[in-house]
Design a protein around this ligand. Structure first.
Ligand SMILES: NC(=O)c1ccc[n+]([C@@H]2O[C@H](COP(=O)([O-])OP(=O)(O)OC[C@H]3O[C@@H](n4cnc5c(N)ncnc54)[C@H](O)[C@@H]3O)[C@@H](O)[C@H]2O)c1
Length: 360
């Protein structure tokens, strides 16, 4: 499928490189509000550069890959849908549930697909965890933890964007964790949470502009997600912590426990403990795509569009994950448990494949 990329910043390198693994993807042009960024990436990856407006209206472009900053996702995706293009956006889908509903309705009215990253849950590591849980290695999962504690990208040149409304640890980093939880446990039903922030401003790195910038979002969010399966997962999402030792994701089942790598990555360690084991046992990945596959979600979506099968990365999944994430702040502000209005199907598990680009 012919793809136009909008947004040629830091993450675009990963997509331009990994897209070569997926025959479903044919990137025919790229553009950026900052023309110099598009020219640089176009030259590096041999991709024709176009004015952004010309990408939206290019009759050859069938899908727009939206790699703009979080705060631009809604406007760029909306314009792309209005122009009749399928959309795959970096995470999150957009910044509010109202925007998400509008994008979903617009896509449906035009017979188009829209979905958002992450696609790391399609990687070998997260999929091996899914297989272990599906096969009952730790019994019925009744609880667990999902935690990431760091200072966040506070010294990056464009760091201020990660601390503005629409981003923060929850909308910027938690998508990897929450999406993997939905992948393994299915949809959620409620969130109870409390949020705060460690400081009102941050001091960036040498290239950060402005050097001192405000923190507009709660940068320490903790709460409990209740899943329809009955599992309850305790979550901490923070960009305030200098150093921590909590595991990324731990699942507690009636027959054992499971501990997995940072779900921001396609692969990594997976450990299982069951009664009778001397300690944690490492489990090797049982699937493909264990590194550098940030594009696989786009390929999965295209495969779904072309064959009519359900996509694993879907608008319903992205919208549900967004509602779970936004419900942390909502629960804290309203002082009550938030019952979720959205749901989604648990994505189909991956299967072993014989070569890059295959899914079935
Ligand atoms: N940088 C990372 O390591 C990383 C990792 C995973 C996901 N992401 C996600 O990728 C997205 C982009 O992040 P980034 O780090 O590449 O940011 P970036 O600022 O480096 O790049 C974004 C680019 O989009 C352009 N842009 C902004 N608004 C635009 C618009 N309306 N139309 C066209 N171009 C526009 C900017 O000029 C910029 O070049 C974000 O959603 C982020 O959450 C980033």
């Amino acid at each position: 499928m012919k793809i136009g990329v909008i947004g040629c910043g830091m993450i675009s390198d990963w997509y331009f490189k990994a897209a070569k693994r997926f025959k479903q993807m044919d990137i025919i042009c790229c553009g950026d509000l900052r023309e110099e960024s598009a020219i640089k990436q176009g030259a590096e990856y041999n991709i024709p550069v176009k004015n952004v407006e010309d990408i939206y209206t290019d009759p050859e472009v069938e899908l727009i890959l939206n790699l703009t900053p979080q705060q631009a996702h809604y406007a760029v995706s909306k314009r792309a849908l209005e122009c009749g293009k399928h959309v795959y956006s970096e995470k999150p889908l957009c910044g509010t549930m109202e925007e998400a509903e509008e994008l979903m309705k617009l896509a449906a009215s035009k017979g188009l697909q829209i979905a958002a990253a992450p696609d790391t849950f399609l990687g070998g590591g997260p999929q091996t965890v899914r297989k272990l849980v599906d096969e009952g290695w730790i019994g019925k999962v009744f609880a667990g933890t999902a935690m990431f504690t760091s200072r966040g990208p506070e010294t990056w040149p464009h760091a201020p964007a990660f601390y503005k409304k629409g981003a923060g640890p929850m909308l910027d980093y938690a998508p990897y964790f929450i999406t993997q939880l939905v992948n393994v446990l299915g949809p959620a039903v409620a969130v109870t949470a409390s949020v705060t922030k460690g400081s009102e401003s941050r001091v960036g790195g040498p290239e950060t502009v402005p050097h001192v910038y405000p923190v507009e979002v709660p940068t320490f969010q903790s709460g409990i997600i209740e899943f329809a399966s009955g599992a309850q997962i305790t979550v901490i999402a923070s960009y305030d912590v200098w150093r921590g030792t909590h595991p990324y994701i731990e699942l507690y089942g009636t027959k054992g426990s499971l501990n997995m790598h940072n779900p921001n990555f396609f692969g990594g360690f997976i450990k299982v403990f069951r009664p009778g084991y001397e300690g944690w046992q490492e489990v090797p990945s049982a699937f493909d795509y264990n590194t550098d596959a940030r594009s696989i979600g786009v390929a999965d979506m295209i495969e779904g569009i072309l064959t009519g099968r359900k996509t694993r990365v879907s608008g319903a999944l992205s919208q549900h994950v967004l509602e779970i994430m936004l419900s942390f702040e909502k629960s804290s502000n309203e002082g009550k448990k938030i019952y979720l209005k959205t749901t989604c199907e648990q994505p189909a598990p991956m299967v072993q494949v014989s070569e890059d680009g295959k899914f079935e």
